[in-house]
Design a protein around this ligand. Structure first.
Ligand SMILES: Cc1ncc(COP(=O)(O)O)c(C=O)c1O
Length: 444
């Protein structure tokens, strides 16, 4: 099929997610290698977002491709109550890198169901129902996971599932609580408000607090230790569990194995993860629990499961992917290359007044774009279709061979962890061009 036919047939017979269908104009992709992907016309794109912040080890890594091929040639699938060598290895490898005594994993197909399992486990374990979550967070696309996330993608499904309680956000750039205060002072107030919410909801009904280990698609808005330490204390004080969603922030994205590793005192009871666990090569999600939680299910039924729980190919892909993180030192590399990325973004912020804020760490950064640095008015509205300036900027990036996530007034900078300094420079130069367009709309 020629590329235009592929696009046409795809449009006619398949849906694109989270979009009205008519405007869909897909890139027709053919192959990937390292930090680059090529479309069917042979045009090369720098993958500046690791697709959906999952292709952490870059495209078509030979070690993982070989592991998938070898597993497929031997055995593609066994049902989940059987096991394989790769599953045994993967469970132990995850226990090894997980914080605290988190050491037992329930496998599923992606981040959404990992979160759903985390919520179910917390409810079964505590015998309570309510889950507290942040407004500015995303936890997945199914009914319960979408309800749990505060991201506006939930709105079309509301009222959603009951027993989700939302908490205010530690969004220092915009939340008025932070005006005239240090971030630590603002975070302490947010934590006080959260404790007050637990009181008002009745601690005896509150099963867990669920937060991203490091904020992702909502805009990388991350608190200090003050906040996370207090969440841990609140959970301990009221017999609740701390569920940390590491779907996006896991596997070196933030320069640590997990986003929550930036807060060593806030050891979670449950981690939910996906994406980087297989670098996106094969779907896989994981819910990793502490020993205390695991032991509860020794004599209580774990009411959860899927046909593709612990899928044989996914187990082999994940073992090989974790080997790549270890063998190539990618967690440390994310930290080091992140310094180069951050320096470059800060330089761009000096040059382009339209950049209101640069947030993140390691290879996990967002820039937030404003019409006026003083008023902080966004250049494109929250939960609105993209404004003209953002449309022009997004088109420029694509035309100039860079793919990334552009959302509301934010551009994501989350390339694969294998990226080199020269490739970061290449990306920053293209970004520079897009920002020059956006500066035309600056009103400050
Ligand atoms: C923090 C977080 N949790 C959950 C999910 C849902 O994961 P999936 O799309 O693999 O179901 C995402 C997806 O972006 C995410 O970023």
């Amino acid at each position: 099929m020629i590329p235009s036919q592929i696009a046409q047939e795809s449009k006619e017979h398949t849906f694109v997610s989270w979009n009205a269908q008519a405007a869909w104009s897909p890139l027709v992709m053919e192959r990937g290698e390292g930090v680059y992907v090529w479309d069917a016309d042979g045009k090369r794109y720098l993958d500046w977002s690791s697709q959906l912040v999952n292709v952490n080890i870059g495209h078509s890594h030979p070690h993982v491709v070989k592991a998938i091929q070898e597993q497929a040639a031997k055995l593609c699938y066994v049902e989940p109550s059987a096991t394989t060598e790769a599953r045994a290895k993967l469970g132990a490898m995850l226990a090894d890198v997980a914080p605290g005594d988190l050491s037992k994993t329930l496998f599923c197909n992606g981040g959404t169901d990992a979160v759903e399992n985390g919520m179910k486990v917390a409810r079964l374990f505590t015998g309570r129902q309510k889950i507290l979550t942040r407004y500015r967070s995303y936890h997945g696309g199914t009914f319960a996971a979408a309800s749990a996330g505060g991201d506006p993608r939930r709105l079309a499904n509301e009222p959603g599932v009951p027993w989700i309680v939302r908490m205010p956000d530690p969004y220092a750039y915009r939340n008025p609580i932070y005006n005239g205060r240090t971030q630590e002072e603002g975070d302490a107030i947010i934590a006080d408000l959260i404790e007050e919410i637990v009181h008002m909801e009745g601690p005896q009904y509150c099963a867990a607090i669920l937060v991203e280990g490091y904020s992702g698609s909502s805009g990388v808005m991350q608190p200090t230790e003050v906040y996370f330490n207090r969440l841990r204390e609140i959970c301990d004080k009221y017999g609740m569990l701390l569920i940390v969603d590491e779907t996006m922030s896991g596997f070196g994205r933030t320069g640590e194995w997990w986003g929550i590793n930036h807060y060593p005192k806030a050891v979670p009871d449950i981690i939910t993860t996906a994406k980087g666990i297989t670098s996106g090569y094969v779907p896989l999600g994981a819910t990793i629990v502490s020993q205390r939680v695991a032991e509860y299910f020794d004599d209580h039924v774990l009411h959860a499961g899927l046909t593709y729980s612990a899928h044989t190919l996914a187990m082999a892909a994940a073992v090989a992917t974790l080997e790549v993180y270890h063998n190539e030192g990618l967690i440390e590399r994310s930290r080091e290359m992140g310094k180069v990325l951050r320096r470059g973004l800060m330089d761009l912020a000096e040059k382009h007044p339209v950049i209101g804020d640069v947030r993140g760490t390691a290879l996990h950064h967002v820039i937030e774009l404003v019409k006026d640095r003083r008023t902080r008015e966004p250049i494109s509205g929250f939960n609105q279709p993209p404004s003209e300036p953002m449309k022009r900027a997004a088109a420029y990036l694509k035309q100039n061979g860079l793919t990334t996530l552009v959302r509301w007034n934010m551009i994501f900078n989350t390339p694969p962890l294998i990226i080199t300094e020269a490739q970061i420079e290449e990306g920053l130069q293209i970004l520079d061009g897009a920002l020059t367009i956006l500066d035309e709309y600056y009103e400050g």
